[in-house]
Design a binder for this molecule. Structure first.
Ligand SMILES: Nc1ncnc2c1ncn2[C@@H]1O[C@H](COP(=O)(O)OP(=O)(O)OP(=O)(O)O)[C@@H](O)[C@H]1O
Ligand SMILES: [Mg+2]
Length: 262
């Protein structure tokens, strides 16, 4: 996929958040599959979860994470005070090297920084590089870290659509509600926020929708429990290759249609 910097155009930033284990990575990858199969859009998939699960689900071996790059940069370049070159260009080059390119989408794994504390310089350079990188794609899909941390730490960015994935548990809806409440406090703009009820059988749509309504949240659709997902995970196959008639994929495709992503 092409990767010249700074192409200006309307792009859609999608983030997939929610409580741990609800199915964020699964749903994010099924959204990716939908966009690959139903559009010709250029796509950046960002694994923003420090535990870096998406490459496993996608069956793409990653070379390095952005976190590791930042750590290397901190240990080597930042200490070299006399360096005559623009340090932000070095970070930029390194980030480009960890970008995994494939014919239909690129993948960036954020990973985690090893050290403690705030590397304000590195972080601000990184933020601008990621913004520049993101502007090169039609769609950016971000598979977020579980829970609320990414919002309270302000690593969340302005996004067009945030899908908060919930499951049958009440806890997952509590987390979704907290996410919604935290957003105005941290001054990030989430233009649309929808709940996706994952692992909910089709027959339970009505009762689940009313439960979501009690939390004052908007349910956009449900994704049924799908044995094919487990099958693919056990075999270590990329979830992108799940059959097109799988109920989970059909459900996610429908949701994408509803929110006009396709
Ligand atoms: N609709 C579904 N049907 C069957 N299994 C599912 C479904 N959605 C997710 N799973 C399974 O549930 C488990 C958790 O899913 P996943 O890893 O996508 O959740 P997550 O929210 O990304 O987790 P984490 O918080 O650890 O990042 C996985 O084993 C996945 O295969
Ligand atoms: Mg995950």
């Amino acid at each position: 996929m092409g990767r010249s910097f700074g192409r200006l155009e309307d792009r859609v930033i999608i983030s997939v958040a929610g409580k741990g284990g609800t199915g964020k990575t699964t749903i994010a990858v099924l959204i990716l599959k939908t966009l690959i199969e139903e559009t010709s859009k250029t796509i950046l998939f960002v694994d923003a979860d420090p535990s870096t699960n998406a490459p496993v689900v996608l069956n793409i071996p990653i070379k390095k994470t952005v976190g590791e790059v930042v750590e290397e940069f901190r240990k080597t370049v930042l200490d070299t005070t006399e360096l005559g070159v623009d340090k932000s260009r070095i970070v930029e080059k390194w980030v480009m090297e960890v970008l995994m390119e494939s014919p239909r989408f690129d993948l960036l794994a954020m990973g985690r920084g090893e050290g403690e504390g705030c590397y304000c310089y590195v972080n601000s350079v990184l933020t601008s590089i990621l913004d520049k990188l993101a502007s090169n794609y039609d769609v950016v899909i971000m598979d977020m870290e579980a829970g609320l941390e990414h919002i309270s730490r302000r690593t969340e960015r302005d996004v067009d659509i945030m899908f908060v994935v919930t499951d049958p548990s009440r806890m997952s809806l509590e987390t979704a509600k907290r996410i919604k409440e935290l957003i105005p406090e941290v001054h990030v703009e989430i233009r649309r926020l929808y709940i996706i009820g994952n692992k909910i059988p089709h027959g339970e749509f009505e009762s689940y929708a009313s439960k979501v309504g009690e939390f004052d949240l908007q349910l956009i659709g449900i994704v049924p429990p799908d044995p094919e997902i487990l099958n693919f995970s056990v075999k270590g196959l990329s979830l992108l290759n799940i059959p097109d008639n799988s109920p989970s994929y059909e459900a996610v495709k429908n949701i994408c249609r509803k929110v006009r992503l396709i």
